[in-house]
Each structure stands twice: as C-alpha cells, then as structure tokens.
Design a protein around this ligand. Structure first.
Ligand code: ADP
Ligand code: ASP
Ligand code: MG
Length: 436
C-alpha cells in the first residue's frame, strides 16, 4: 500500500483538487495525506496571533476574509446543490469554531486548535467531492491515530496500532484520505508536527503501515541541486540517499520537512518527490543507496546564532565539552554545528528561547561571544576522504566571502559552513557556478 501526500499548492484551488485524480489511482489501495489549502495555515497563524494579542476585532476580520475564500472555493468545487450544502456545513462548522474561540481564555491549546483547521477543512471538502463524483473513499481522522509524546516525538507503534484497525474495517475501499500535520500530544490535546509537517505525517504513516512507497507530491519536480527560490538554473536530482535527503531537509531545503526522512529511512521505505504540475517528470527517489563521486546539492538555513566560548581551562581539561554540552541539554536547545580548537569551541543553535540563560551559564567557562543573523550553508555529496579536491572547490568558490565556521568530516556526505546571512545569496550562487 502506498502513501501519497499532496502539499498546499497541490490542493490550492478547486481545479487542482479535481486534478488529483489524474495522479491518484482509485483502483489501487492507498492512503492520501492532504495539507491545508495553500496560504490557509499562514492565515490561521495570523488569526491565532491576533487572539494572543487580545485583538478580537482583528481576529474576526481575518476569519471573515478566510471564510470568504472558502465560500468561493466550495462554489467551484461542488456542482450539485446537495454537495454544495454539505460543503457549506463544513465551512459553518470550522469557521464557527474559529469565531467561538473569542469567548474563552486563549492559551496554546486554543492556538493549536486553530492551526489544525486547515487540514481538517481540506480533507473534509475533498472527501465530499469524491462522494459527489462517485469515487468511494474513507476519511480517516488523523487525530485518532497520529500521536506525539512528552518530547514531541511521534510514536510510530501507536500509529500502527490505531490505523491498522481503521484500514481493516474497510476491506472494499481503496482510497483513504487523511490530514497531514495534525496530531494529538501526550495530554490528548490537538497538536501539530510543526510547519511543513504533512511530509512528516506521510513518512510516519508509511513507516507505521510498512508502506511500499511514500510519494510527496508538490509544486516542483523533485529536490533541486540548490535553492530554486534564490539561484537560477537549478536542476532536479534523480536520486538521493536517506542521509543526504535528511541533511538537505534539515539544513533548509524547504521541499521536505526536516524530520520527515527518518521514519521512512528506519523501515527502508523509498520516498519519491514528485511534481503535481508535471506528474510524468521523474522527480527524486530517496533510498538507502548513495551515488559515489558526486556533489549532489546545496541548501541554506537562516536564523542561526553562533556562540564562541574561549577558555584557557579547556587546555588539558577532560570533561570540558561534556559540561559545556550539559548547559544546552538543560535548556533543551539542540546544537547544529560545532568546531573546536584547543582553547575555544564555536557552536550554533537556531532556537534562541533560552539564549540569555545559556550565555549566563557559559560565562562561568570563559569568555563568550555571540554572532546573530548567521546562515548555515550545507553542501551534500560524496565527501569521503579519498575524494580529495571537493572541499577545496567549495572553499575556492567562497574565497571572497567571510566564513565564520567550517565543519567537515562529521560525516562522509556533508560539508557545512557558517556565514553572515547578508552573504548567503552570493555564496549560494558562487557555489552553484563552481560546483555544477
Ligand atoms: P508543499 O506545500 O507541497 O509542501 P513546499 O512549499 O513546502 O510545498 O515545498 C516546495 C518548495 O520548496 C518549492 O516550491 C521550492 O521553492 C522550495 N525549495 C527550497 N529548496 C528546494 C530544493 N532544494 N529543491 C526543491 N525545492 C526547494
Ligand atoms: N499546512 C501546514 C503548513 O503550512 C503543514 C504542511 O503544509 O505541510 O505548515
Ligand atoms: Mg511543505
């Protein structure tokens, strides 16, 4: 059984929604994961923000604008009055919920409930559309099986245990539709897998049912060899290993949610990145295999803060790094890059929630310097030590740009650099010209 995920633009208009059946084969048993209609989750974030600020009038205005978009949407999606009526009920229900939240105390619980409405609406509307055109399908409520634990880690066994009976209950149905992104947390509340999380949903379901393949359908023909939003002339990559894809996703390739590769990797489930606008294009196949002798792709991640700790006590002192890392551990702040010398350590973080507390603790180790507005550039490919010359080419391409950190040798397939965000565009373009 395959899992197919369609992103926001792939369900972004009634025309696009109707075209999904060019791709989905209703004669094959499969699970279809849908994102919210493109733009909706951003709008929901704004609505939640208005509520958080206590600005109910602003929230009401934003809700009204979004509702109008959906009223137009359902008028184009449905033909028969009976189904249009059902569509209207869906809109009434979900927008009623958004409006009614204004009466209550607004906490992160309500915020997450708001963010969940996009996927709930898109899947329900699509399910009604399939009914209208006579294609049998079952709408599975992701909130009945997608679960994360206290550390926000998805629980694959829970998903398996709860989704299998839902699938077995419908032996004659081929098409199962469900929501990406949303889940329940350890307290049973509605939660989510972070922005872009529908990819993660697809991979988690793929892992949970030991799917034969996960397909991520989006608005581009696969993972490109550089960020197509910044660099001209980027090209799709035919094949990536799980490790390479994970690295690119983590370091900024927006086409994949940062964690989405891991569940598929664990159960060796091939992942294909495909283009809904061009379904025949080969896209990118992600498997266990890695191609030798190639630089594959470049990605960039902004919003990075670099921390340098200089300490003469590091000299000869074992246990120094452990104590240093424990500071980050205490504040649940993960470290991306590390470089060390005998007297100093530099590292980067992207979550600065506890930066002040971290700095305060680090001050007891030695002098601490902070650089904000940094970008990690990650070059992925076969960097095995015997492939001499590749690292030199990377540095050569960046010789006119100040580099804050260089991390090489952590794995055989990655070279990462830290530089000022202001230099990112030039760095990506220069690397592209030199490497491809
Ligand atoms: P979806 O809504 O389908 O999940 P996303 O917007 O999340 O789509 O991801 C697709 C977008 O990712 C593309 O339109 C492209 O602009 C962007 N992107 C960034 N880096 C890359 C890359 N290396 N390869 C392909 N797409 C990329
Ligand atoms: N709708 C969610 C978002 O915009 C999840 C997703 O599209 O993957 O972040
Ligand atoms: Mg996405």
């Amino acid at each position: 059984m395959k899992v197919l995920k369609f992103g926001g633009t792939s369900v972004g208009s009634p025309v696009r929604m109707k075209k999904l059946l060019d791709i989905i084969n209703p004669h094959e048993r499969q699970i279809v994961v849908l994102s919210a209609v493109s733009g909706t989750t951003n709008n929901l974030v704004e609505i939640a923000q208005a509520y958080l600020e206590g600005d109910k009038a602003k929230a009401a205005g934003l809700i009204q604008n979004l509702r109008q978009k959906y009223e137009i949407f359902i008028n184009e999606l449905f033909s028969a009055p009976e189904f249009l009526e059902q569509g209207k009920e869906v809109i009434d229900h979900h927008f009623g919920l958004l409006t009614n939240l204004s009466n209550d105390l607004f906490t992160s619980i309500e915020e997450k409930l708001i963010l969940a409405q996009g996927e709930l609406i898109s899947t329900t509307l699509y399910h009604i559309y399939l009914k209208e055109i006579g294609v049998p399908s079952v709408l599975l409520a992701a909130l009945d099986f997608m679960k994360i634990d206290e550390d926000n880690e998805p629980i694959v066994d829970h998903i398996t245990e709860h989704i299998e009976p839902l699938l077995s209950a419908h032996p004659d149905i081929n098409l199962f539709i469900t929501q990406g992104y949303i889940c329940r947390n350890a307290f049973g509340e509605v939660d989510n897998l972070r922005r872009g999380g529908s990819d993660y949903t697809a991979s988690l379901i793929g892992a949970a049912i030991r799917s034969e393949e996960v397909q991520i359908w989006t608005d581009i023909d696969g993972m490109h060899n550089n960020d197509p939003r910044i660099v001209n002339g980027t090209k799709p990559i035919a094949q990536l290993s799980f490790d390479e894809a994970a690295e690119l996703a983590y370091f900024g390739a927006k086409i994949l949610h940062p964690q989405s590769v891991f569940p598929a990797q664990k159960y060796k489930i091939p992942v294909r990145l495909l283009n809904t606008m061009d379904p025949k294009a080969p896209g990118t196949l992600i498997t266990n295999d890695s191609e030798k002798d190639k630089i594959k792709s470049i990605a960039a991640k902004d919003g990075i803060t670099a921390i340098k700790v200089q300490s003469s006590r590091m000299l000869l002192a074992h246990g120094f790094l452990r104590r240093l890392f424990e500071v980050f551990e205490r504040y649940k702040t993960s470290i991306d890059l590390i470089t060390t010398s005998e007297v100093a350590v530099s590292l980067t973080i992207d979550d600065t929630t506890y930066l002040d507390q971290i700095i305060q603790e680090l001050n007891s180790f030695g002098s601490v310097d902070i650089d904000k507005d940094q970008t990690i550039i990650c070059v992925v490919g076969d960097f095995g030590a015997e492939k001499h010359g590749y690292a030199a080419r990377v540095l050569e391409a960046l010789k006119h740009i100040p580099l804050r950190m260089i991390s090489y040798g952590g794995s055989d397939h990655n070279l990462s650099l830290l530089l000022n965000t202001a230099d990112k565009t030039e760095a990506l373009r220069s690397l592209h010209n030199r490497l491809f």
